[in-house]
Design a protein around this ligand. Structure first.
Ligand SMILES: Nc1nc2c(ncn2[C@@H]2O[C@H](COP(=O)(O)OP(=O)(O)OP(=O)(O)O)[C@@H](O)[C@H]2O)c(=O)[nH]1
Ligand SMILES: [Mg+2]
Length: 424
């Protein structure tokens, strides 16, 4: 090859490279492909709703009617879950959980239950508390030890168990059990009145409220108290869901959706997937050319098990899944941002539920700072590429104000990391 043609070839190669880089920049300036990944019920679809509310045009009247059906179904599903859990956990209607057991009462109860081992296995921790029964333990501690659960169980048997309890609440429970779930609500329609009345009755029942406090022992939507506390408004025939109602509603995702959202000059193609195990088989075809992943974790679920198998801890599952995603070679140059979500529920739960009971590696104290730092470090440690930076945010997905700030930061992270990838 002559000197001239070699120079021309070099020049052409340089030009090619430059064009390719420019195309990548131009492509990036137009679109960002983003996946919302994570296990079931972690808040992926809720974040997508926030994208639509913050950067899109919000919800039409027709879409709101669709959510009305979902919300009314959520209410009945939650009421049914509570009623069935009352029998599964053996709690009688009207059961009053002691809020503060006095030294004498707890001492007497402990004495009359010398076979405490039957209650919760008689672990060392339980024996410690048994010996120390008179000290001022918080309700959370007492529940952990199974004292109150045992009291409830005895009262349940005395009251006649599943079929022989009398009074308005057991009668209401009967109505809820018999309520059909296949409905679609139009304008001016709602749940049948007798079902609404029955739900109102049980939601005031002290036994149901105690059962609700043990909701980690069965499957209950996080939106239960949000909607049941507001049942009058939500079951009005002319009810139209607000943005907050839409954000709090729960519909499991079974079809992967793509939503296009323009933020400044960038078009985001946001893919929302179903997180439950059976849904994950559908993810792989969407893994090519991904610019960013928001990986959702429900940090509040440290004491809960999966809907899918009723035995695997939800955070253990979230970690296993995260390890397989962040170390997947196809995502080597993908920006990964973890949303440690449901921080509002996490804060409340920490007051009564010890992290160490489920994650013995956690050495406390059981507060938000220590707890959130612990879980963030557990996830970050799963990344085997030391050069890669993974970003973590603690989020409250149903709170538009907080998410607006978080998404602005995410926008910065994604756009700057993509520019870097394009050689800028
Ligand atoms: N209190 C509270 N509720 C939340 C938060 N994030 C999500 N939720 C609620 O949790 C429930 C589940 O949220 P989804 O967005 O449906 O979860 P998902 O990850 O899309 O679930 P799948 O579609 O099954 O994978 C809904 O009722 C949400 O309103 C949060 O930060 N705080
Ligand atoms: Mg979803």
């Amino acid at each position: 090859m002559s000197i001239e043609s070699a120079a021309a070839a070099a020049q052409s190669k340089k030009l090619d490279k430059q064009i390719k880089s420019e195309v990548r920049v131009a492509k990036f300036q137009q679109t960002v492909k983003m996946l919302l990944l994570g296990a079931g019920e972690t808040g992926k679809s809720t974040i997508l709703k926030q994208f639509k509310l913050i950067y899109g045009s919000g919800y039409t009247a027709e879409e709101r009617m669709g959510y009305k059906t979902a919300i009314l179904a959520n209410i009945v599903t939650c009421a049914k879950a509570l009623v069935y859990a009352m029998d599964a956990l053996k709690i009688p209607y009207g059961f009053e959980a002691p809020t503060n057991l006095s030294k004498d009462a707890l001492g007497a109860f402990t004495k009359s239950h010398m076979s405490l081992n039957q209650v919760g296995g008689g672990s060392e921790k339980e024996r410690e508390v048994k010996d120390d029964a008179g000290s001022d333990k918080s309700l959370g501690d007492i529940r952990d030890m199974g004292y109150v659960a045992k009291m409830a169980e005895e009262a349940y048997v005395t009251a006649g168990g599943e079929n022989r309890q009398r009074g308005p609440s057991p009668k209401a429970a009967q109505v809820i059990r018999g309520c059909e779930m296949s409905f679609c609500f139009g304008i001016d329609e709602s749940v049948p009145e007798e079902v609404i009345d029955a739900i109102k009755i049980i939601w005031k029942d002290s036994g149901i409220l105690y059962c609700f406090s043990r909701s980690n022992e069965f499957q209950l939507f996080d939106c239960c108290s949000y909607f049941l506390n507001d049942i009058d408004r939500v079951t009005e025939p002319k009810y139209v869901p607000t943005d907050a109602d839409i954000l709090n509603s729960r519909v499991m995702t079974t079809t992967i959706t793509e939503t296009k959202i323009k933020i400044q000059q960038v078009l985001f193609r946001v893919f929302d997937v179903g997180g439950q195990r059976t849904e994950r088989k559908k993810w792989v075809p969407y893994f090519d050319d991904v610019d960013a992943i928001i990986y959702m974790v429900a940090i509040s679920s440290y004491d809960q098990v999966l809907v899918e198998d009723n035995s695997t801890n939800r955070l253990d599952e979230a970690m296993t899944l995260f390890a397989s995603i962040c170390n997947h070679p196809i995502f080597n140059s993908t920006a990964i941002i973890i949303f440690m979500n449901k921080i509002d529920i996490f804060k409340t739960k920490l007051k009564t539920v010890a992290i160490s009971k489920y994650f013995p590696k956690f050495k406390g104290p059981n507060n938000v700072d220590k707890g959130s730092a612990f879980f963030a470090s557990q996830f970050l440690a799963l990344n085997s590429n030391a050069k890669r930076k993974i970003y973590v945010h603690f989020t409250w997905a149903t709170d538009t104000k907080q998410i607006k700030k978080v998404l602005a930061t995410v926008y910065q992270i994604i756009t700057s990391s993509n520019l870097k990838g394009a050689g800028m």
